[in-house]
Design a protein around this ligand. Structure first.
Ligand SMILES: *[C@@H]1O[C@H](CO)[C@@H](O)[C@H](O)[C@H]1NC(C)=O
Length: 219
C-alpha cells in the first residue's frame, strides 16, 4: 500500500534532468511524500557572520530558533512587509532551468502564518548553511499544524548537499509571490531550483507536521 502510493507519486511528478531523482512532493496528498522523507527538520550549520560561533542544529526553524538565540542573542525574526507586493526575482531561481513555479489548487498554506512566522524566521537564518536531507526526499523548514502552513526543502539525490539558507528563502519568496490561491489568499506551490549546480526543491503547502518521534521519520 505504502509502496504503491509512493510509485504513483513518483510517476505523476517527474522533473527533467533528475535521473536519480525521487518524487518531489505531491502536495495534493499529504501522506505520499512522507515515505522517502526525513521529517525531523533540517540541519542548520555555520555562523551568523564570518568568524561567529559555529552552530550545528537540527529541527524546524521554530524549534531551533531558541537555541540559535542562546548563541546569538541579537538574532530576531526579520519582517519585510514589502515582500507582499514587490519581491525581486532571485538570481538563484533565474539560473534554474526548470524554475517556472508550479502552483497547485487545493488547500493552500495559511498566508498569515507564512508571512508572519515562517518567512521572518527564514530571513533571520539566511546567512547560515542549510543541509538538504540525505537519502532523497524532503524535510521541514517550517511547519505549523493549525492554521496549517508548511515550507519544505527537498533533495532529489541520495547524498546530503549544503546550500546557503538564503537560497531556500529566495525560492520560497517566489512561491509566495506567484502561488496565491483561493479566497483566503493562501499559498501553495513548489519550485525546482539550482544553487551552484546543486538541485533542490522548495514547496509550500499544508502537509502535516511530523516530528522525530514519528515512525515515518527517517532519522
Ligand atoms: C553536525 O552534527 C552532526 C551530528 O553530530 C554531524 O554528523 C555533522 O557532520 C555536523 N555537521 C557539520 C557541518 O559540522
Amino acid at each position: 500500500m505504502k509502496i504503491s502510493t509512493f510509485f504513483k507519486a513518483a510517476t505523476v511528478i517527474l522533473f527533467a534532468g533528475m535521473t536519480a531523482a525521487v518524487a518531489v512532493p505531491n502536495l495534493n496528498n499529504p501522506v505520499e511524500d512522507h515515505l522517502p522523507v526525513k521529517r525531523g527538520g533540517m540541519v542548520v550549520t555555520g555562523s551568523l557572520y564570518p568568524g561567529g560561533p559555529e552552530v550545528n542544529l537540527t529541527g524546524t526553524i521554530d524549534q531551533i530558533f531558541p537555541k540559535l538565540k542562546q548563541v546569538y542573542p541579537e538574532l530576531e525574526p526579520v519582517f519585510e512587509p514589502t515582500t507582499l507586493s514587490t519581491p525581486d526575482t532571485p538570481s538563484v531561481v533565474k539560473r534554474a532551468p526548470a524554475a517556472k513555479p508550479t502552483c497547485f489548487s487545493g488547500n493552500p498554506a495559511d498566508r498569515y502564518v507564512i508571512y508572519n512566522h515562517a518567512l521572518p524566521y527564514l530571513r533571520a537564518i539566511k546567512s547560515f548553511t542549510c543541509s538538504l536531507p540525505s537519502g532523497g526526499g524532503c524535510t521541514n523548514v517550517y511547519c505549523a499544524p493549525a492554521p496549517a502552513a508548511n515550507i519544505r526543502v527537498c533533495n532529489p539525490w541520495f547524498v546530503t548537499r549544503r546550500i546557503p539558507c538564503s537560497a531556500i528563502l529566495d525560492v520560497a519568496e517566489v512561491i509566495v509571490k506567484d502561488c496565491v490561491d483561493g479566497p483566503q489568499k493562501g499559498i501553495r506551490g513548489q519550485i525546482n531550483a539550482v544553487y551552484n549546480g546543486i538541485r533542490f526543491q522548495v514547496a509550500i503547502g499544508t502537509t502535516v507536521c511530523l516530528d522525530s518521534g514519528s515512525p515515518l521519520f527517517g532519522g
